[in-house]
Design a protein around this ligand. Structure first.
Ligand SMILES: Cc1cc2nc3c(=O)[nH]c(=O)nc-3n(C[C@H](O)[C@H](O)[C@H](O)COP(=O)(O)OP(=O)(O)OC[C@H]3O[C@@H](n4cnc5c(N)ncnc54)[C@H](O)[C@@H]3O)c2cc1C
Length: 398
């Protein structure tokens, strides 16, 4: 298999999980990432990994790194409470994909992990094959059916298979399937974190997840408490993996139509006073104080876009995975989980196809058919989740 060479564009969660799966299968690969370093921009904070996401990580990561992934999950309970902006009880109406019950230790439920930590785990052991500071520009089919990959400021390289794992603004997708450009839903997700201890009494948000249903938008707050010091956990479970220390924090995300959140400018730069005036106008003062305590540099906003995985692209040695083809609303908490499942399936199909280049390229339609089915299902669930979260408050109060 050493002659077959896969190039992955994008070192996000999906691309790195695929790289780990290929390493495990003995398939040669290189990952090219535009950012100069893994932590060079705000990556987001808590991410929930469901049963399928965990299964994919288990299949792709070496066992010691998978154990480390589990050990770095938040120890807060998964059970969620549903409240109005005045902190009164609201009816439980969570999207079907959310896991809001039970305890953390049953071994089956969702795990909430710190996104940068998961990325550091996914990078471990493949650092020499992940190249930062390489912005993909375009590809070109060569006469021998290999692909030539061109970068913005670096020499081209060639490969047998090119995988676009370059996220919602994928440059690979723009060339391969221009009509699959995702649609803008008109909604925005603003997210941030607050350092612990909180400025108000500990009983206000207690532990775990709090969902605030406001008119036309929803806030999700998740206490992230970690069971141990990450560098120490890494030293004992997977000594070659270097983890950045992470202190406990409160993660929050506000999701709703951009007009409802007062973020109609094209750059969606969130400013806390504007959020407090519009999105959180009339909310309980302590809730406003908690979210208002976020540092400006710890807040980001992203427009919510929906991919078009049903669009077909020409058969050949270029394919797509993750947000590059199936961006979806974060309301369902399924985007990364679906990308991890793509990675598992693609690594599995390539490993099964063996060393024969022809067999590998004819196996790709199987991967792409599964991808389309999985992605369409996840997008439909995320859309239903978003509609539920944005419904008028009168529909939701118990
Ligand atoms: C606030 C928020 C909360 C979320 N919570 C959850 C959750 O709890 N559970 C869940 O499953 N999903 C969640 N999601 C969705 C999840 O973050 C995405 O679906 C997931 O990150 C997609 O992974 P990916 O690898 O496909 O793309 P990305 O993680 O976006 O990675 C793409 C990578 O490609 C790189 N890249 C882009 N262009 C180029 C180029 N030209 N050349 C080289 N590299 C390039 C980027 O720099 C990036 O590193 C959330 C999203 C948001 C915004």
């Amino acid at each position: 298999m050493q002659d077959f060479h896969v190039v992955i564009i994008g070192a996000g969660l999906g691309g790195l999980c695929l790289a780990q799966g290929l390493k495990r299968a003995g398939i040669r690969f290189d990952v090219y990432e535009r950012d100069p370093a893994p932590d060079s921009r705000l990556q987001g904070y808590r991410i929930r990994i469901d049963g399928k996401g965990q299964y994919a990580l288990k299949a792709c990561l070496p066992p010691a790194l998978f154990d480390l992934f589990r050990a770095t999950a938040s120890t807060s309970p998964r059970a969620a409470r549903f409240l109005t902006p005045q902190l009164l009880p609201a009816g439980e109406r969570a999207p079907a994909s959310w896991d809001t019950g039970g305890d953390h230790d049953d071994g089956n439920g969702d795990l909430s992990v710190n996104r940068l930590t998961l990325r550091e785990i996914l990078l471990s052991g493949i650092e020499d094959r992940v190249h930062f500071g390489y912005a993909f520009a375009r590809y070109r089919r060569m006469e021998d059916s290999r692909m030539e990959v061109l970068f913005e400021d670096a020499a081209p390289i060639s490969c047998n298979l090119l995988v676009g794992a370059d996220g919602v603004n994928s440059q690979v997708r723009r060339q391969l399937a221009p009509s699959a450009e995702p649609t803008d839903t008109g909604s925005v997700c603003v997210y941030g974190q607050v350092e612990l201890p909180l400025a108000v009494g500990p009983d206000l948000l207690e532990d775990g997840t709090t969902v605030i249903f406001a008119d036309g938008c929803t806030a999700i707050l998740d206490l992230m408490r970690f069971g141990g010091d990450f560098p120490h956990l890494a030293a004992s479970l997977a000594p070659a993996c270097k983890l950045t220390p992470v202190a406990d924090y409160l993660y929050w995300a506000l999701i709703g139509p951009s007009r409802r959140l007062g973020l109609e400018t094209s750059d969606h730069t969130p400013v806390m006073p504007a959020l407090l005036e519009t999105a959180m106008c009339g909310w309980h003062p302590e809730l406003r104080r908690i979210i208002g305590a976020s540092k400006a540099a710890a807040i980001a906003a992203l427009p919510v876009r929906t991919g078009r995985p049903g669009v077909l692209w020409p058969f050949g040695a270029v394919t797509l995975m993750g947000d590059a083809i199936h961006a979806m609303s974060p309301a369902g908490g399924l985007g990364a989980n679906t990308a991890l499942e793509d990675a598992r399936m693609l690594a599995h199909i390539l490993a099964k196809a063996g060393a024969d280049t022809k067999t590998i390229c004819t196996a790709l339609p199987d991967y792409e058919a599964g991808l389309r089915e999985r992605a369409s299902h996840a997008i439909a669930m995320s859309d239903r989740g978003a509609a539920m979260l944005f419904a008028a408050i009168t529909d939701k109060i118990a």
